[in-house]
Design a protein around this ligand. Structure first.
Ligand code: UDX
Length: 447
Protein backbone atom coordinates (compact mmCIF):
# COMPACT_ATOMS: atom_id res chain seq x y z
CA UNK A 1 0.00 0.00 0.00
CA UNK A 2 1.26 3.46 -0.90
CA UNK A 3 1.55 6.19 1.73
CA UNK A 4 -0.10 9.31 0.38
CA UNK A 5 0.74 12.82 1.58
CA UNK A 6 -1.10 16.00 0.63
CA UNK A 7 0.72 19.31 0.93
CA UNK A 8 -1.66 22.25 1.37
CA UNK A 9 -4.99 21.94 3.13
CA UNK A 10 -7.14 24.52 1.33
CA UNK A 11 -10.28 23.66 -0.60
CA UNK A 12 -8.58 21.39 -3.14
CA UNK A 13 -6.13 19.76 -0.70
CA UNK A 14 -8.70 18.99 1.97
CA UNK A 15 -11.32 17.64 -0.44
CA UNK A 16 -8.66 15.52 -2.19
CA UNK A 17 -7.39 14.13 1.12
CA UNK A 18 -10.86 13.35 2.39
CA UNK A 19 -11.96 11.66 -0.85
CA UNK A 20 -8.77 9.61 -1.28
CA UNK A 21 -9.07 8.35 2.32
CA UNK A 22 -12.73 7.59 1.73
CA UNK A 23 -11.89 5.20 -1.11
CA UNK A 24 -9.54 3.33 1.21
CA UNK A 25 -6.13 5.03 1.08
CA UNK A 26 -4.01 6.02 4.06
CA UNK A 27 -3.62 9.80 3.79
CA UNK A 28 -1.66 12.35 5.78
CA UNK A 29 -2.24 16.04 5.08
CA UNK A 30 0.28 18.78 5.84
CA UNK A 31 -0.26 22.49 6.33
CA UNK A 32 1.83 24.90 8.38
CA UNK A 33 -1.25 26.26 10.18
CA UNK A 34 -1.10 24.23 13.41
CA UNK A 35 -4.43 25.46 14.74
CA UNK A 36 -6.14 24.36 11.52
CA UNK A 37 -4.47 20.93 11.66
CA UNK A 38 -5.55 20.44 15.30
CA UNK A 39 -9.12 21.37 14.41
CA UNK A 40 -9.13 19.00 11.42
CA UNK A 41 -7.87 16.11 13.59
CA UNK A 42 -11.06 16.53 15.61
CA UNK A 43 -13.07 16.14 12.37
CA UNK A 44 -14.11 19.78 11.91
CA UNK A 45 -13.62 21.56 8.58
CA UNK A 46 -12.32 25.17 8.63
CA UNK A 47 -14.67 26.16 5.77
CA UNK A 48 -18.16 25.36 4.60
CA UNK A 49 -18.55 22.73 1.89
CA UNK A 50 -21.68 20.55 1.68
CA UNK A 51 -21.04 16.96 2.79
CA UNK A 52 -17.42 17.56 3.76
CA UNK A 53 -17.79 17.47 7.54
CA UNK A 54 -19.43 14.03 7.47
CA UNK A 55 -16.74 12.43 5.28
CA UNK A 56 -13.97 14.17 7.22
CA UNK A 57 -15.24 12.88 10.58
CA UNK A 58 -15.76 9.38 9.23
CA UNK A 59 -12.24 9.03 7.87
CA UNK A 60 -10.50 10.75 10.80
CA UNK A 61 -12.34 8.34 13.12
CA UNK A 62 -11.38 5.37 10.89
CA UNK A 63 -7.74 6.53 11.27
CA UNK A 64 -7.27 6.67 7.51
CA UNK A 65 -6.87 10.44 7.50
CA UNK A 66 -4.51 12.47 9.64
CA UNK A 67 -3.37 16.12 9.72
CA UNK A 68 -0.01 17.49 10.78
CA UNK A 69 2.02 20.70 10.73
CA UNK A 70 5.28 18.73 10.84
CA UNK A 71 6.86 18.35 7.37
CA UNK A 72 9.00 15.49 8.64
CA UNK A 73 6.01 13.53 9.88
CA UNK A 74 4.15 14.23 6.64
CA UNK A 75 6.93 13.38 4.21
CA UNK A 76 9.45 10.93 5.64
CA UNK A 77 7.37 7.82 4.77
CA UNK A 78 5.60 9.23 1.73
CA UNK A 79 5.56 7.33 -1.60
CA UNK A 80 3.10 9.63 -3.33
CA UNK A 81 2.92 13.36 -2.62
CA UNK A 82 0.08 15.56 -3.85
CA UNK A 83 0.86 19.27 -4.10
CA UNK A 84 -2.37 21.20 -3.52
CA UNK A 85 -1.08 24.59 -2.39
CA UNK A 86 -2.52 27.88 -3.59
CA UNK A 87 -1.20 29.63 -6.70
CA UNK A 88 -2.61 33.15 -6.21
CA UNK A 89 -2.51 36.00 -8.71
CA UNK A 90 0.04 38.73 -8.10
CA UNK A 91 -0.75 42.41 -8.68
CA UNK A 92 0.93 42.25 -12.11
CA UNK A 93 -1.27 39.19 -13.01
CA UNK A 94 1.69 36.79 -12.73
CA UNK A 95 0.98 33.59 -10.85
CA UNK A 96 2.70 33.54 -7.47
CA UNK A 97 4.56 30.22 -7.25
CA UNK A 98 6.01 30.82 -3.76
CA UNK A 99 3.95 28.05 -2.14
CA UNK A 100 4.79 25.64 -4.98
CA UNK A 101 8.50 26.37 -4.59
CA UNK A 102 8.28 25.95 -0.81
CA UNK A 103 6.55 22.60 -1.29
CA UNK A 104 9.26 21.47 -3.74
CA UNK A 105 12.03 22.45 -1.31
CA UNK A 106 10.28 20.61 1.52
CA UNK A 107 9.80 17.44 -0.52
CA UNK A 108 13.53 17.38 -1.36
CA UNK A 109 14.50 17.92 2.25
CA UNK A 110 12.22 15.48 4.04
CA UNK A 111 11.44 12.50 1.78
CA UNK A 112 13.45 9.35 2.48
CA UNK A 113 12.02 6.78 0.03
CA UNK A 114 14.15 6.05 -3.02
CA UNK A 115 11.25 6.50 -5.46
CA UNK A 116 8.71 9.23 -5.00
CA UNK A 117 5.83 10.30 -7.26
CA UNK A 118 4.82 13.95 -7.01
CA UNK A 119 1.28 14.69 -8.20
CA UNK A 120 0.40 18.32 -8.88
CA UNK A 121 -3.21 19.29 -8.17
CA UNK A 122 -2.54 23.04 -8.03
CA UNK A 123 -3.26 25.03 -11.19
CA UNK A 124 0.15 25.98 -12.57
CA UNK A 125 1.40 27.59 -15.80
CA UNK A 126 2.51 25.19 -18.50
CA UNK A 127 6.04 23.98 -17.82
CA UNK A 128 5.84 24.35 -14.03
CA UNK A 129 5.88 20.60 -13.34
CA UNK A 130 9.23 20.31 -15.06
CA UNK A 131 10.56 23.14 -12.87
CA UNK A 132 9.11 21.54 -9.72
CA UNK A 133 10.96 18.31 -10.52
CA UNK A 134 14.25 20.16 -10.95
CA UNK A 135 13.73 22.09 -7.71
CA UNK A 136 13.07 18.87 -5.78
CA UNK A 137 16.11 17.21 -7.33
CA UNK A 138 18.33 20.15 -6.34
CA UNK A 139 17.23 19.77 -2.73
CA UNK A 140 16.90 15.99 -2.54
CA UNK A 141 18.72 14.43 0.40
CA UNK A 142 17.76 10.74 0.13
CA UNK A 143 15.25 10.33 -2.69
CA UNK A 144 16.82 9.37 -6.02
CA UNK A 145 13.92 9.05 -8.45
CA UNK A 146 11.29 11.72 -8.65
CA UNK A 147 8.52 11.42 -11.21
CA UNK A 148 5.90 14.06 -11.83
CA UNK A 149 2.22 13.58 -12.61
CA UNK A 150 0.01 16.56 -13.42
CA UNK A 151 -3.49 15.81 -12.11
CA UNK A 152 -5.42 19.08 -12.40
CA UNK A 153 -8.49 19.53 -10.25
CA UNK A 154 -11.89 20.40 -11.69
CA UNK A 155 -13.98 20.46 -8.52
CA UNK A 156 -16.34 23.34 -7.91
CA UNK A 157 -16.83 24.96 -4.55
CA UNK A 158 -20.23 24.06 -3.20
CA UNK A 159 -20.36 20.71 -5.01
CA UNK A 160 -16.77 19.60 -4.49
CA UNK A 161 -17.43 16.15 -3.02
CA UNK A 162 -19.94 15.27 -5.71
CA UNK A 163 -17.57 16.62 -8.37
CA UNK A 164 -14.80 14.25 -7.19
CA UNK A 165 -16.96 11.13 -6.99
CA UNK A 166 -18.95 11.86 -10.16
CA UNK A 167 -16.29 13.64 -12.23
CA UNK A 168 -16.54 13.62 -16.03
CA UNK A 169 -12.87 12.72 -16.26
CA UNK A 170 -9.58 12.50 -14.41
CA UNK A 171 -6.60 13.97 -16.27
CA UNK A 172 -3.19 12.40 -15.63
CA UNK A 173 -0.24 14.00 -17.42
CA UNK A 174 3.19 12.48 -17.09
CA UNK A 175 6.39 11.76 -18.93
CA UNK A 176 6.68 8.45 -17.07
CA UNK A 177 4.07 5.83 -17.96
CA UNK A 178 4.79 3.72 -14.83
CA UNK A 179 4.08 6.68 -12.54
CA UNK A 180 0.89 7.51 -14.46
CA UNK A 181 -0.20 3.86 -14.13
CA UNK A 182 0.31 3.94 -10.33
CA UNK A 183 -1.75 7.11 -9.99
CA UNK A 184 -4.37 5.60 -12.30
CA UNK A 185 -4.60 2.62 -9.92
CA UNK A 186 -4.95 4.96 -6.90
CA UNK A 187 -7.90 6.67 -8.63
CA UNK A 188 -9.61 3.46 -9.90
CA UNK A 189 -12.16 3.24 -7.03
CA UNK A 190 -13.63 6.59 -8.10
CA UNK A 191 -14.79 4.77 -11.21
CA UNK A 192 -14.33 7.84 -13.40
CA UNK A 193 -12.90 7.87 -16.97
CA UNK A 194 -9.16 8.56 -16.92
CA UNK A 195 -7.37 10.36 -19.73
CA UNK A 196 -3.59 9.98 -19.76
CA UNK A 197 -1.45 12.48 -21.60
CA UNK A 198 1.86 14.33 -21.38
CA UNK A 199 2.73 16.83 -18.64
CA UNK A 200 2.40 20.03 -20.66
CA UNK A 201 -0.91 19.04 -22.22
CA UNK A 202 -2.37 18.18 -18.81
CA UNK A 203 -1.35 21.59 -17.47
CA UNK A 204 -2.90 23.20 -20.55
CA UNK A 205 -6.16 21.22 -20.23
CA UNK A 206 -6.87 22.82 -16.86
CA UNK A 207 -6.46 26.40 -18.11
CA UNK A 208 -8.27 25.68 -21.34
CA UNK A 209 -11.26 24.14 -19.58
CA UNK A 210 -11.68 27.05 -17.18
CA UNK A 211 -11.18 29.61 -19.96
CA UNK A 212 -13.76 27.84 -22.14
CA UNK A 213 -16.35 27.81 -19.33
CA UNK A 214 -15.64 31.49 -18.62
CA UNK A 215 -16.15 32.14 -22.34
CA UNK A 216 -19.56 30.41 -22.26
CA UNK A 217 -20.62 32.63 -19.35
CA UNK A 218 -19.44 35.86 -20.99
CA UNK A 219 -21.08 34.83 -24.26
CA UNK A 220 -24.45 34.19 -22.65
CA UNK A 221 -24.15 37.46 -20.70
CA UNK A 222 -23.48 39.39 -23.89
CA UNK A 223 -26.49 37.71 -25.48
CA UNK A 224 -28.57 38.56 -22.40
CA UNK A 225 -27.88 42.26 -22.83
CA UNK A 226 -28.89 41.99 -26.49
CA UNK A 227 -32.06 40.06 -25.59
CA UNK A 228 -33.20 42.97 -23.42
CA UNK A 229 -32.84 45.34 -26.38
CA UNK A 230 -34.53 43.16 -29.01
CA UNK A 231 -37.35 41.80 -26.85
CA UNK A 232 -36.15 38.21 -26.40
CA UNK A 233 -35.83 36.26 -23.15
CA UNK A 234 -32.36 34.90 -22.33
CA UNK A 235 -33.77 32.06 -20.22
CA UNK A 236 -35.68 30.77 -23.26
CA UNK A 237 -32.74 31.39 -25.57
CA UNK A 238 -30.35 29.46 -23.29
CA UNK A 239 -32.69 26.46 -23.12
CA UNK A 240 -33.11 26.44 -26.88
CA UNK A 241 -29.37 26.68 -27.49
CA UNK A 242 -28.51 24.10 -24.84
CA UNK A 243 -30.70 21.47 -26.49
CA UNK A 244 -28.08 21.26 -29.21
CA UNK A 245 -25.68 18.65 -27.84
CA UNK A 246 -22.81 20.42 -29.61
CA UNK A 247 -23.46 23.43 -27.37
CA UNK A 248 -24.69 21.77 -24.14
CA UNK A 249 -26.92 23.36 -21.54
CA UNK A 250 -24.39 23.91 -18.75
CA UNK A 251 -22.72 27.24 -17.98
CA UNK A 252 -25.29 29.13 -20.00
CA UNK A 253 -26.85 30.86 -17.03
CA UNK A 254 -26.81 34.60 -17.56
CA UNK A 255 -26.11 36.72 -14.51
CA UNK A 256 -23.76 39.29 -13.04
CA UNK A 257 -20.56 37.74 -14.35
CA UNK A 258 -18.33 35.00 -13.02
CA UNK A 259 -16.36 35.38 -9.80
CA UNK A 260 -14.55 33.09 -7.39
CA UNK A 261 -10.96 32.09 -6.91
CA UNK A 262 -10.52 30.27 -10.24
CA UNK A 263 -12.05 31.77 -13.39
CA UNK A 264 -10.76 35.33 -12.83
CA UNK A 265 -7.29 34.11 -11.86
CA UNK A 266 -6.99 31.44 -14.53
CA UNK A 267 -8.18 33.64 -17.40
CA UNK A 268 -5.65 36.30 -16.37
CA UNK A 269 -2.89 33.70 -16.15
CA UNK A 270 -3.78 32.25 -19.54
CA UNK A 271 -3.82 35.70 -21.12
CA UNK A 272 -0.37 36.39 -19.72
CA UNK A 273 0.90 32.97 -20.85
CA UNK A 274 -0.41 33.58 -24.38
CA UNK A 275 1.09 37.06 -24.64
CA UNK A 276 4.44 35.85 -23.35
CA UNK A 277 4.35 33.14 -26.01
CA UNK A 278 3.84 35.84 -28.67
CA UNK A 279 0.19 34.97 -29.29
CA UNK A 280 -2.77 37.36 -29.59
CA UNK A 281 -5.45 36.06 -27.19
CA UNK A 282 -8.30 38.21 -28.54
CA UNK A 283 -11.13 35.92 -27.45
CA UNK A 284 -9.80 35.67 -23.92
CA UNK A 285 -9.48 39.45 -23.68
CA UNK A 286 -13.08 39.87 -24.79
CA UNK A 287 -14.26 37.24 -22.26
CA UNK A 288 -12.63 39.19 -19.44
CA UNK A 289 -13.85 42.59 -20.65
CA UNK A 290 -17.46 41.41 -20.96
CA UNK A 291 -17.24 39.87 -17.49
CA UNK A 292 -15.96 43.06 -15.84
CA UNK A 293 -18.76 45.04 -17.47
CA UNK A 294 -21.40 42.54 -16.45
CA UNK A 295 -20.68 43.03 -12.73
CA UNK A 296 -22.15 46.52 -12.98
CA UNK A 297 -25.24 46.08 -15.19
CA UNK A 298 -27.60 46.00 -12.23
CA UNK A 299 -26.22 49.24 -10.78
CA UNK A 300 -26.64 50.86 -14.23
CA UNK A 301 -30.27 49.70 -14.27
CA UNK A 302 -30.76 51.18 -10.80
CA UNK A 303 -29.25 54.50 -11.93
CA UNK A 304 -31.57 54.58 -14.95
CA UNK A 305 -34.52 53.82 -12.74
CA UNK A 306 -33.90 56.32 -9.97
CA UNK A 307 -31.92 59.00 -11.80
CA UNK A 308 -29.57 59.45 -8.86
CA UNK A 309 -28.85 56.82 -6.24
CA UNK A 310 -27.47 59.30 -3.71
CA UNK A 311 -29.02 59.01 -0.26
CA UNK A 312 -30.93 55.83 -1.12
CA UNK A 313 -30.85 52.69 1.00
CA UNK A 314 -30.29 49.31 -0.70
CA UNK A 315 -30.62 45.78 0.56
CA UNK A 316 -28.29 43.13 -0.84
CA UNK A 317 -29.27 39.47 -0.77
CA UNK A 318 -26.28 37.17 -1.24
CA UNK A 319 -22.59 37.94 -0.81
CA UNK A 320 -20.87 34.68 -1.80
CA UNK A 321 -19.69 34.41 -5.41
CA UNK A 322 -22.23 31.59 -5.83
CA UNK A 323 -24.51 29.53 -3.56
CA UNK A 324 -23.37 26.73 -1.21
CA UNK A 325 -20.08 28.39 -0.31
CA UNK A 326 -18.92 31.06 2.14
CA UNK A 327 -16.28 32.24 -0.36
CA UNK A 328 -16.40 35.90 -1.38
CA UNK A 329 -13.17 36.05 -3.39
CA UNK A 330 -13.78 38.10 -6.57
CA UNK A 331 -17.48 37.96 -5.73
CA UNK A 332 -19.60 40.14 -8.06
CA UNK A 333 -21.74 40.96 -5.02
CA UNK A 334 -18.85 42.72 -3.28
CA UNK A 335 -18.13 44.71 -6.47
CA UNK A 336 -21.79 45.75 -6.68
CA UNK A 337 -21.75 46.81 -3.03
CA UNK A 338 -18.62 48.92 -3.55
CA UNK A 339 -20.21 50.55 -6.59
CA UNK A 340 -23.39 51.33 -4.65
CA UNK A 341 -21.37 52.90 -1.84
CA UNK A 342 -19.43 54.97 -4.41
CA UNK A 343 -22.81 56.24 -5.64
CA UNK A 344 -23.84 57.40 -2.18
CA UNK A 345 -26.06 54.44 -1.30
CA UNK A 346 -26.18 52.96 2.20
CA UNK A 347 -26.23 49.17 2.10
CA UNK A 348 -27.59 46.47 4.36
CA UNK A 349 -26.70 42.88 3.41
CA UNK A 350 -27.46 39.27 4.20
CA UNK A 351 -25.99 35.92 3.21
CA UNK A 352 -26.67 32.54 4.83
CA UNK A 353 -22.96 31.60 5.00
CA UNK A 354 -20.67 34.40 3.84
CA UNK A 355 -21.29 37.13 6.45
CA UNK A 356 -18.16 36.50 8.51
CA UNK A 357 -15.87 36.56 5.47
CA UNK A 358 -17.53 39.77 4.25
CA UNK A 359 -17.09 41.44 7.63
CA UNK A 360 -13.40 40.56 7.45
CA UNK A 361 -13.10 42.05 3.95
CA UNK A 362 -15.23 45.20 3.98
CA UNK A 363 -16.00 45.60 7.68
CA UNK A 364 -18.36 48.37 8.74
CA UNK A 365 -18.76 49.92 5.28
CA UNK A 366 -22.17 48.25 5.25
CA UNK A 367 -24.71 47.01 7.78
CA UNK A 368 -25.36 43.32 8.28
CA UNK A 369 -28.79 41.79 8.83
CA UNK A 370 -29.57 38.39 10.29
CA UNK A 371 -32.45 37.49 7.98
CA UNK A 372 -33.89 38.35 4.57
CA UNK A 373 -36.80 40.12 6.27
CA UNK A 374 -34.49 42.32 8.33
CA UNK A 375 -32.42 43.13 5.22
CA UNK A 376 -35.40 44.31 3.20
CA UNK A 377 -37.02 46.42 5.89
CA UNK A 378 -37.30 50.12 4.95
CA UNK A 379 -35.04 49.91 1.90
CA UNK A 380 -35.59 51.60 -1.48
CA UNK A 381 -34.28 48.79 -3.69
CA UNK A 382 -32.95 45.25 -3.38
CA UNK A 383 -30.11 43.57 -5.26
CA UNK A 384 -30.29 39.78 -5.52
CA UNK A 385 -26.67 38.77 -6.06
CA UNK A 386 -26.45 35.10 -5.04
CA UNK A 387 -29.15 32.54 -5.78
CA UNK A 388 -29.22 30.64 -2.50
CA UNK A 389 -32.38 28.47 -2.24
CA UNK A 390 -33.51 30.54 0.74
CA UNK A 391 -33.32 33.69 -1.41
CA UNK A 392 -34.78 32.17 -4.60
CA UNK A 393 -37.83 30.89 -2.80
CA UNK A 394 -38.43 33.96 -0.63
CA UNK A 395 -42.05 35.04 -0.80
CA UNK A 396 -42.64 38.02 -3.07
CA UNK A 397 -45.36 39.54 -0.90
CA UNK A 398 -42.69 40.18 1.75
CA UNK A 399 -40.90 42.56 -0.64
CA UNK A 400 -44.14 44.51 -0.99
CA UNK A 401 -44.69 44.52 2.72
CA UNK A 402 -41.23 45.32 4.06
CA UNK A 403 -39.60 47.68 1.57
CA UNK A 404 -40.14 51.42 1.21
CA UNK A 405 -40.50 50.80 -2.51
CA UNK A 406 -40.53 47.23 -3.80
CA UNK A 407 -37.94 47.56 -6.56
CA UNK A 408 -35.95 44.41 -7.28
CA UNK A 409 -32.70 44.23 -9.27
CA UNK A 410 -32.28 40.49 -9.70
CA UNK A 411 -28.84 39.40 -10.91
CA UNK A 412 -29.76 35.71 -10.92
CA UNK A 413 -33.21 35.65 -12.53
CA UNK A 414 -34.70 34.02 -9.45
CA UNK A 415 -38.34 34.82 -10.24
CA UNK A 416 -40.47 34.15 -13.30
CA UNK A 417 -41.95 37.24 -14.96
CA UNK A 418 -45.42 35.66 -14.70
CA UNK A 419 -45.08 35.35 -10.95
CA UNK A 420 -43.76 38.89 -10.60
CA UNK A 421 -46.74 40.28 -12.51
CA UNK A 422 -49.01 39.17 -9.65
CA UNK A 423 -47.34 41.69 -7.31
CA UNK A 424 -46.94 45.43 -7.03
CA UNK A 425 -43.24 45.22 -7.66
CA UNK A 426 -40.92 46.84 -10.20
CA UNK A 427 -38.57 44.13 -11.33
CA UNK A 428 -35.37 44.23 -13.37
CA UNK A 429 -33.45 41.07 -14.14
CA UNK A 430 -30.83 39.88 -16.65
CA UNK A 431 -31.67 39.35 -20.31
CA UNK A 432 -35.43 39.66 -19.81
CA UNK A 433 -37.86 42.50 -20.18
CA UNK A 434 -38.25 44.72 -17.13
CA UNK A 435 -41.54 44.48 -15.34
CA UNK A 436 -42.87 47.92 -14.48
CA UNK A 437 -45.68 48.03 -12.08
CA UNK A 438 -45.69 51.78 -12.45
CA UNK A 439 -49.51 52.00 -12.23
CA UNK A 440 -49.30 51.14 -8.56
CA UNK A 441 -47.00 54.11 -7.96
CA UNK A 442 -47.84 57.66 -7.02
CA UNK A 443 -44.38 58.75 -8.20
CA UNK A 444 -42.74 58.46 -11.61
CA UNK A 445 -39.49 56.60 -12.00
CA UNK A 446 -36.87 57.91 -14.45
CA UNK A 447 -36.55 56.05 -17.71
C1 UDX B 1 -14.63 26.58 -11.30
C2 UDX B 1 -14.71 25.39 -12.27
O1 UDX B 1 -16.09 25.13 -12.57
C3 UDX B 1 -14.04 24.17 -11.68
O2 UDX B 1 -14.04 23.12 -12.64
C4 UDX B 1 -12.59 24.54 -11.33
O3 UDX B 1 -11.93 23.46 -10.73
C5 UDX B 1 -12.57 25.72 -10.40
O4 UDX B 1 -13.26 26.82 -10.99
P1 UDX B 1 -15.89 27.36 -9.08
O5 UDX B 1 -15.10 28.63 -9.23
O6 UDX B 1 -15.94 26.69 -7.76
O7 UDX B 1 -15.35 26.26 -10.12
O8 UDX B 1 -17.40 27.68 -9.48
P2 UDX B 1 -18.35 27.55 -10.77
O9 UDX B 1 -19.55 26.78 -10.38
O10 UDX B 1 -17.63 27.11 -11.95
O11 UDX B 1 -18.81 29.08 -10.95
C6 UDX B 1 -17.87 30.12 -11.19
C7 UDX B 1 -18.58 31.43 -11.39
O12 UDX B 1 -19.32 31.43 -12.62
C8 UDX B 1 -19.60 31.79 -10.30
O13 UDX B 1 -19.50 33.16 -10.01
C9 UDX B 1 -20.95 31.49 -10.94
O14 UDX B 1 -22.01 32.25 -10.42
C10 UDX B 1 -20.66 31.84 -12.40
N1 UDX B 1 -21.54 31.12 -13.34
C11 UDX B 1 -21.43 29.77 -13.48
C12 UDX B 1 -22.44 31.85 -14.12
O15 UDX B 1 -22.56 33.08 -13.99
N2 UDX B 1 -23.20 31.17 -15.01
C13 UDX B 1 -23.11 29.83 -15.20
O16 UDX B 1 -23.84 29.29 -16.06
C14 UDX B 1 -22.20 29.10 -14.41
Amino acid sequence: MNNITIIGVGHVGLVTGVCLSDIGHQVICYDLDKEKMDQLNTGLSPFYEPGLDELLKKNVNNRRLFFTDSPEEALSDADIIYIAVGTPKQLNDDIDLTYINNAAAMIGEYTTKNNVIVVTKSTVPVGTNTNIKQAIQRNAQKTRNITMVSNPEFLREGSAIRDVFCADRIILGSDCSEAAAIIEEINKPFNVPIFKTDLHSAEMIKYSSNAFLAMKISFINELANLCEKVGADIEEVAVGMGLDSRIGSEFLKAGIGYGGSCFPKDTHAMLKMSEEAGEKPDILKAVMKVNSRQHYVLVEKAKNYFGSLKGKRASVLGLAFKPHTDDIRESPSIMIINELIANGVSVVAYDPKAMENTKKMIGEKIQYASSIEETLTDTDMVFINTDWDEIKTFSLDQYEKLMNRPVIFDGRNCYSLDKISEYKIDYFSIGRQPYWNALSRTWTPCT
